[in-house]
Design a protein around this ligand. Structure first.
Ligand code: FES
Length: 346
């Protein structure tokens, strides 16, 4: 799951500046490239104003030791942000949470929520009203909370939370919210099986309404980053009931990472490319050669068990946690891992 390219939108407001500086600290931590995006248009900024906002944003993150690329595009802010993320193949979009409250959503849909729905990547929603400031010293986060209901999408969110915990060097609490304690205990055991070696994982079993319980637990235990899967963000159900991910993002006292959990399939891979794909409920690292033949691998890194990610520029499998790298056929060529990726069959 490496976060190689991180897009953050800015309009120069206080909330956007807080999101921007959190994005810069995050980019620094995970060694990602930061891209600042601003929208211009007939009812918004002129091109010159948008350029001034971008220049001020680039200066602000430079003071934090991060060099950012800037992009100005014409259009609605949410379209501009998701469009830039698509164009730059971003792995993460960062937005402030202003406008995610329920009243704002029902009235017109806040920019952050519309970004979260249209995003081609994970989305970090920064709680810009929190007393925590981007000027706080490291660590950026102290502990991650991820909710699970045992479903494949929740397991994928847990996997991303584990990999992020390894990247940031912090522990993860996995929480199951439901009435059935036996099923909950099984789901938590299942989730723990996917954890990389050496990662501190706690589990919690709570009852009640999921979004309420997840945010309450974060508050009680001072867990400062919540990870949720994005399933349920789109469609009629969101309008009628409010989905768990958007409810969590709207009410959380912390930052929330909405993890894109919908998997690609082998058919989605173009010849000459690789990717993590879903096959019969399994997640596999698959490289499709120019002649259509497949190299199928277990994506668990042989160092401590994080999930490798496809690096399209160099046609390698790279581990985001400690930098191990493997050729397209799974042969390790850079440690700390010492073994090749395990082959798999489909
Ligand atoms: Fe350490 Fe992959 S888990 S390099």
């Amino acid at each position: 799951m490496g976060y190689r390219t991180i897009v953050v939108g800015t309009d120069g407001s206080e909330t956007a500046t807080r999101a921007l500086r959190t994005a810069a600290r995050f980019a620094k931590k995970v060694d990602g490239q930061l891209i600042l995006v601003s929208a211009s248009g007939p009812i918004g900024f002129t091109d010159r104003e948008a350029d001034a906002v971008l220049a001020a944003g680039a200066d602000a993150v430079r003071r934090d030791g991060v060099e950012a690329e800037t992009v100005r595009r014409e259009g609605d802010p949410d379209d501009v942000i998701t469009g830039a993320a698509q164009q730059h193949e971003a792995d993460l979009i960062v937005v402030g949470n202003v406008g995610m409250d329920r009243a704002g959503r029902l009235r017109r849909g806040g920019v952050p929520e519309r970004v979260a729905i249209g995003a081609p990547s994970d989305v970090l929603v920064v709680n810009t009203a929190s007393p925590r400031t981007p000027d706080l010293p490291d660590p950026l986060y102290r502990r991650i909370l991820v909710g699970t209901d045992g479903s494949p999408t929740a397991q994928e969110a847990a996997r991303k939370a584990f990999d992020l915990g390894m990247m940031l060097g912090i522990g993860v609490t996995v929480c199951y919210v439901a009435g059935d304690r036996l099923l909950g205990a099984i789901a938590l055991e299942e989730a723990k099986k996917g954890k990389p070696r050496g990662l501190g994982v706690h589990t919690r079993l709570v009852e009640g309404e999921p979004a309420e319980q997840i945010t309450a637990l974060a508050e009680q235990e001072e867990l400062d980053l919540i990870v949720v899967g994005n399933k349920g963000l789109a469609g009629a159900r969101r309008v009628l009931l409010g989905s768990v991910p958007s409810e969590v993002a709207a009410r959380a006292p912390t930052d929330v990472l909405i993890a894109k959990t919908v998997d690609r399939t082998v058919d989605d891979l173009a010849p000459g490319h690789g990717g993590i794909v879903a096959v019969d409920g399994r997640r596999l690292a698959v490289f499709k050669a120019d002649d259509g033949s497949l190299v199928v691998l277990n994506p668990r890194c042989q160092h401590m068990g994080c999930t490798v990610d496809w690096n399209d520029a160099e046609r390698t499998w790279d581990c985001p946690c400690h930098g191990s790298r493997y050729r397209h056929d799974g042969t390790v060529f850079q440690g700390p891992a010492k073994k090749d990726l395990d082959p798999e069959r489909i």
